[in-house]
Design a binder for this molecule. Structure first.
Ligand SMILES: [Cu+2]
Length: 169
């Protein structure tokens, strides 16, 4: 579903190179890799984007980030080749009107918890779309976290007619 592009991967590759140079057995190399690259506790679930109409330059995307670890983490930013910017947004009710604001200081992903981006709440705003988002296609997305971690996934583009009910999954 998603791909790790963290600095840990580089560390693992580095260990593999060092081990190869030392002419260790394949089993020993695998053992070293297992130590160098522990499972990353963050994972992304149900990444979707809403289809857009021709001429529409702004889109929205939703997903859930799970933190299975015991350390609170922070989502810092998002990016996609499909748009100039992927902003983190929040919605709030003020004076009876739903307002949207950009989150600039990141989003906390609690330890043993999750953070939900869904319609009516936090969402990703894809600003400056290169072309319309077409139902049934996929759009690459990268999320950057603290500790230099980046997780890549792809957003499934869903129809305007489809209900998006992320937190009920
Ligand atoms: Cu928004």
């Amino acid at each position: 579903m998603f791909r790790l592009v963290s600095t840990r991967m580089n560390a693992a590759v580095h260990v593999a190179l060092v081990c190869t140079a030392a002419l260790l057995s394949a089993q020993q190399i695998l053992g070293a890799l297992a130590v160098a690259a522990p499972a990353e506790p963050l994972r992304i679930e149900s990444p979707v984007a809403r289809e857009t109409l021709p001429g529409q330059t702004v889109g929205s995307a939703y997903l859930v980030i799970h933190n299975d670890g015991s350390v609170t983490r922070r989502l810092l930013s998002a990016s996609t080749p499909a748009a100039r910017e992927a902003q983190l947004h929040d919605m709030s009710l003020r004076d009876g009107v739903m307002r949207m604001r950009q989150i600039t200081d990141g989003v906390v992903v609690p330890a043993h918890g999750k953070v939900v981006f869904e319609p009516g709440g936090m969402h990703l705003m894809l600003v400056g779309l290169q072309s319309p988002l077409i139902t049934g296609t996929r759009v690459p997305l990268t999320l950057r976290f603290d500790r230099g971690l980046a997780l890549s996934t792809s957003l499934q583009v869903v129809s305007i007619a489809d209900e998006i009910s992320i937190s009920k999954k």
